[in-house]
Design a protein around this ligand. Structure first.
Ligand code: HBI
Ligand code: FE
Length: 270
């Protein structure tokens, strides 16, 4: 279970820790390598090109757990973002604060081999392999910092549950429509072996057009494949959506009963 001191910590600074890259041992780097090679083999043709471009621009490779200072130096030059280490899940307020500051909170620990297919908290593989490459894309990175700014407002207005769903159906399990077909961009799919294959390979995977009020009223499953996957046409569409939405009105209108009934697991701090 996460360190409660971190979960209850209110300031972003209190949540950030040193990555201590020198403490990863040979087995940690070998686990990273196994996870990296396994994902690359399955998703190469199904993940969006912006992700693949980010992976190479940031030099995130199979050799081992990336060092956040080196990674941040490259990322900062591209979109002003950096990667900071956190021990695991953190409360929503500091989470949103870090995003608004263009600091992506990445778990510093790496999963054990017996946790390859299910992990309760985001580890360094989910966060760095799953989320960080797209932060090199200007439109996506603008969306992420604006999402953080709106999240800080949501914390004050009982809106976190709704934003957690927006988060879930975009940066975690989102799909994007490309001329060659639908592609993956959500980190939760990118970094999971089984779901990546299911989403692109199984005809029963249910794709839905992106409509905000439906997105924030659709629960998500932390421990199962999603019942539906929302498809956007472009990352700038996400940013524009944030700009033109009256979130306070939205929090008042979305059907709460659907939210509570469908959600199997609440993000801590939601
Ligand atoms: N903490 N480390 C970490 N990573 C997350 O994705 C995260 C979090 N805390 C809160 C949180 N997500 C949710 O509240 C938001 O997704 C809404
Ligand atoms: Fe994530």
């Amino acid at each position: 279970m996460p360190d409660h001191a971190v979960l209850s910590a209110q300031t972003a600074e209190d949540c950030v820790v040193d990555q201590h890259w020198e403490r990863y041992d040979a087995e940690d780097h070998a686990i990273w390598r196994t996870l990296f090679e396994r994902q690359q083999a399955t998703f190469k043709d199904h993940v969006c090109e912006e992700y693949l471009k980010g992976l190479s621009a940031l030099d995130i490779g199979a050799e081992g757990v990336p060092e956040f200072t080196r990674l941040s130096a490259r990322l900062k030059r591209l979109t002003g973002w950096e990667v900071v280490a956190v021990p695991g899940l953190i409360a929503s307020r500091p989470f949103f604060q870090l995003l608004a500051n263009r600091q992506f909170p990445a778990g510093a620990f790496i999963r054990r081999r017996d946790q390859f297919d299910y992990l309760e908290e985001p580890d360094v593989f989910h966060d760095v392999f799953g989320h960080v490459p797209l932060l090199s894309n200007p439109a996506y990175s603008d969306y992420m910092s604006e999402y953080g700014r709106i999240g800080l407002e949501a914390v004050e207005n009982k809106g976190v549950k709704f934003l957690a769903r927006l988060n879930w159906h975009t940066i975690e399990f989102g799909l994007i429509r490309k001329p060659a077909g639908v592609r993956i961009y959500g980190a939760g799919i990118v970094s999971s072996f089984g779901e990546a294959q299911y989403v692109v390979g199984d005809p029963s995977a249910n794709y839905l057009g992106f409509e905000l009020s439906r997105v924030v009223s659709t629960g998500y499953y932390i421990d199962d494949f999603q019942a539906s996957y929302f498809v956007i046409d472009g990352f700038d569409e996400l940013f524009d959506l944030l700009q033109r939405t009256d979130f306070l009105a939205l929090y008042g209108s979305a059907s709460l009963s659907v939210l509570d009934r469908q959600v199997k697991w609440q993000h801590p701090g939601a």
